[in-house]
Design a binder for this molecule. Structure first.
Ligand SMILES: [Zn+2]
Length: 310
């Protein structure tokens, strides 16, 4: 039963083709006898990007069938669609100030390709909505209270009440997937987690020290941080399943060190170019650091990290 289907046009000219498409064929919005309705807020960002209006329209047709309740706002923020159950103003603000900002800044320094498919960014307003709707929509319980990227579901699934940092972290992953599919987990997570606490310096995205620092400093003092050769060689099982607690933070603060020495973007380009000969990035790291003595580098890096504060 369709009781309400409202489109708020924020940029009528820019989105006209899309909007008229909706009017002609409103989505099927009945499921399990429950009213489903959507308030779609279409942003000017609908137009540019690699996906056409028609592709977004088709995507939204399908998306609207899945909306868990009438309280969701949809914002097209190419190459993503942002769906949230906060106020429409808040959803729009996240999509511009966090999603668009991060996408623009990451593309400026790293990425040339958008993800191959339109991805959904679900911004659930609190822990209850996040857990309940993740189960309803995807049949799974989140393994983290903050949010995650699921390439299976083609979605970033976030508890946005925990802040926008994790959202920026997760946005890195589909871009790495599209631009550097062979990227090992240490760099994928190192770069993602670097930007979970970020801002702008000289108009470029810039990561700052964050909550991952004290644990890493404790592990350094305890002599429990593995060599960079070991870190970079970890496959997904080793990185994610056998993490002794420092894989993410070691990778993050290696990226942070490179950033602070003006080497991070250079490293990414070097590694990306030579990924076939150097699938772990270890040789590219040596080259960019200008040393083969990685034991001595680790000592310098540890001293540097111990001198940082949050
Ligand atoms: Zn991650």
């Amino acid at each position: 039963m369709i009781r309400k289907f409202q489109i708020a046009l924020l940029a009528p000219l820019a989105v006209l083709p899309l909007a008229s498409h909706y009017r002609l064929s409103p989505p099927s919005i009945e499921s399990n006898g429950q009213l489903r309705a959507a308030r779609a807020v279409l942003s000017p960002a609908a137009v540019p990007g690699n996906f056409t209006n028609a592709e977004f329209a088709r995507h939204l047709e399908q998306l609207k069938k899945k909306l868990p309740s009438s309280g969701f706002t949809i914002v097209i923020q190419s190459p993503f669609v942002v769906i949230g159950d906060e106020s429409p103003e808040s959803v729009k603000s996240h999509s511009e100030k966090t999603v668009k900002w991060a996408v623009d800044k990451l593309k400026q320094d790293y990425f040339t390709k958008d993800p191959k498919e339109i991805l959904d960014i679900w911004l659930f307003r609190d822990a209850d909505s996040y857990e309940r709707n993740t189960l309803t929509l995807f049949g799974e319980k989140p393994g983290t209270p903050y949010g995650y990227y699921s390439s299976t579901h083609k979605a970033l699934i976030m508890n946005i009440s925990t802040g926008g940092g994790t959202l920026v972290h997760e946005i890195v992953h589909p871009f790495i997937e599209a631009n550097f599919p062979a990227c090992p987990p240490w760099f994928d997570e190192g770069l993602g987690s670097l930007y979970e606490q970020s801002g702008e310096v000289d108009s470029h995205i810039h990561g700052y020290p964050n909550w991952r620092l004290p644990g890493l400093q404790a592990a350094i003092r305890a002599g429990k941080v593995p060599s960079f050769q070991s870190l970079t060689a970890l496959d997904p099982h080793g990185f994610y399943d056998e993490d002794k607690g420092t894989n993410y933070s070691q990778a993050r603060y290696l990226c942070y060190y490179l950033q602070q020495h003006g080497l991070l973007i250079k490293f990414y380009r070097e590694f990306h170019t030579h990924q076939k000969e150097d699938p772990t990035g270890y040789k590219s790291l040596q080259k960019i650091l200008g040393t083969v003595d990685m034991r001595a580098f680790k000592q310098r890096w540890e001293k540097y990290v111990l001198g940082l504060s949050q």
